[in-house]
Design a protein around this ligand. Structure first.
Ligand code: PRP
Length: 185
């Protein structure tokens, strides 16, 4: 069975993603160029893993890699901001430049919690990078500012390039909208 056949449409092609990720990498390289200290890239698993792996290779700076798994409890697909750490960072970020790398920002509540938590650990700087942003869905309680944004997308259910539906479709190379019959059961 072909994964592509479950898509209603491709929202962002593989080529468009590639071009944009290269631009984002150049921008990040430029922004940190006057500070020789390492930049800690924090991957929020699982969705970010594909974007993260491409982005870090587009950054020409001394980077350190670290990973977190968080779980946000809420009703259905709504995130609640009630976030639990399943896996925390493996290194201290005190005094470090930190860039959080996400695949998508929806309500913004996961990152609001995460950002507030990481700030208390004394990072030298803390920025947020996301491939996709759905500003229409932002919760009024979200306090985050996005520093690097790949694409603003409409309020549609997207999968691919790391994003899943029920853990499926993460390995699609593009971002697409699922046929409604796939998730309407
Ligand atoms: C997604 C995404 C963010 C969060 C964004 O993760 O990677 O972490 O949801 O939602 P919010 O802005 O409404 O808080 P998800 O919980 O789907 O886990 P996954 O990355 O393992 O797929």
């Amino acid at each position: 069975m072909k994964l592509h056949e479950d898509l209603e449409k491709v929202l962002i092609s593989e080529e468009e993603i590639k071009r944009r990720v290269a631009e984002m990498g150049r921008q990040i390289t430029e922004d940190y160029k006057d500070d020789p200290e390492p930049l800690v890239l924090v991957c929020i698993l699982k969705g970010s893993v594909v974007f993260y792996a491409d982005l870090l290779r587009a950054i020409d700076h001394d980077c350190r890699l670290d990973f977190m798994i968080v779980k946000s409890y809420g009703a259905g697909r709504e995130s609640s901001g009630n976030v639990q750490f399943v896996k925390d960072l493996s290194e201290s970020i005190t005094g470090k430049h930190v860039l959080i790398v996400e695949d998508i920002i929806d309500s913004g509540l996961t990152l609001t919690f995460l950002r507030n938590n990481l700030i208390t650990r004394g990072a030298k700087s803390l920025k947020i990078c996301t491939l996709l942003d759905k500003p229409e869905r932002r919760n009024p309680n979200s306090t985050i500012t996005v520093d690097y944004r790949g694409f603003v997308i409409p309020n549609e259910f997207v999968v691919g390039y790391g994003l899943d539906y029920d853990e499926k479709y993460r390995n699609l190379p593009e971002v697409g909208v699922l046929k409604p019959e796939i998730y309407a059961d």
